[in-house]
Ligand binder design. Structure first.
Ligand SMILES: [Fe+2]
Length: 272
């Protein structure tokens, strides 16, 4: 029997701490809150079993901003598990307090193991190094411990930064140990975000899905990055054999170009 679920990413809800650049982008398109609300209404109608959020939930927000996000999920998808990964615009302590209800002053890595109906979901925190990302040796050890024994329905791996993508400069560099661990595991699929560009590929022999942003899109064409009004998420299904199929669901059919930058300029420092 197919299990429906959703993969959403980079919702970037506006916060008092958001940069002028982001506020301007959001003014030129729709309010990200409106996009997320529209998405959650669709997911409620689809009766998804769970939601994966691959980071950049709110844009430089505090605990109150994460609490607003939590209430939105609770309103439209009551009781539906939401499993989230840290993005480079997320704040760990604020997320733990506002979204998870676990007051925590620290900024320690957010890794998580969730088991849903025999399916194991492992969440890594690739966002400590900002835009470029990284997976620490400690996280590789943590992953190795968990993957030592298989889960009844196999494993999903989640993190913000993709290890493969259409623009090599945006791909997360990982160690050979990490690649080997993923390759020789019961991982069915890897879910990522960050690039604001829907992309499906393979890493270490496993399918890797990168969801679009629900806030705004980014197209990588040679040395240029083009900011667009594209907003979408992935509807997904898991079958009994662990195979994942996805459908990219655009919120709005028309996509307009907002701004252009060089990729190098963006990597040097995307305005926060
Ligand atoms: Fe993002």
């Amino acid at each position: 029997m197919l299990m429906p679920f959703a993969h959403i990413s980079d919702t970037h809800l506006d916060c008092p701490g958001s940069s002028d650049f982001i506020k301007r982008l959001h003014r030129e398109v729709r309010d990200p809150l409106e996009n997320l609300t529209c998405c959650l209404q669709e997911l409620a109608a689809r009766k998804v079993a769970f939601v994966l959020h691959t980071g950049d939930m709110v844009h430089e927000g505090d605990a109150g901003d994460y609490a607003i996000l939590r209430r939105l999920f609770d309103k439209y998808l009551p009781g539906v598990p939401v499993i989230a990964a840290m993005g480079n615009h997320d704040h760990r302590a604020a997320f733990r307090e506002g979204f998870l209800g676990i007051p925590s002053p620290g900024d320690e890595d957010f890794t998580q193991e969730v088991v849903l109906d025999g399916l194991r979901i492992l969440v890594l925190d690739s966002a400590k190094s900002g835009l470029i990302g990284s997976v620490s040796d400690a996280q590789v050890d943590w992953l190795e411990e968990r993957l030592a024994s298989p889960a009844p329905r196999g494993t999903f791996l989640m993190m913000h930064h993709p290890t493969v993508c259409e623009h090599p400069a945006m791909a997360l560099e990982v160690s050979p140990e990490f690649s080997s661990l993923v390759e020789n595991s019961d991982i069915h699929a890897i879910f990522t975000g960050h690039t604001h560009s829907n992309y499906n590929g393979f890493f270490a022999g496993k399918p890797l899905y990168t969801a679009d942003s629900l806030a705004f899109g980014m197209l990588y064409i040679q040395s240029e990055v083009i900011y667009t009004s594209r907003s979408s998420y992935n509807l997904c299904w898991l079958d009994e054999q662990g195979r994942v199929t996805t459908h990219n669901q655009l919120l709005y059919p028309e996509v307009q170009v907002l701004q252009r930058k060089s990729v190098a300029q963006m990597i040097q420092g995307l305005p926060r």
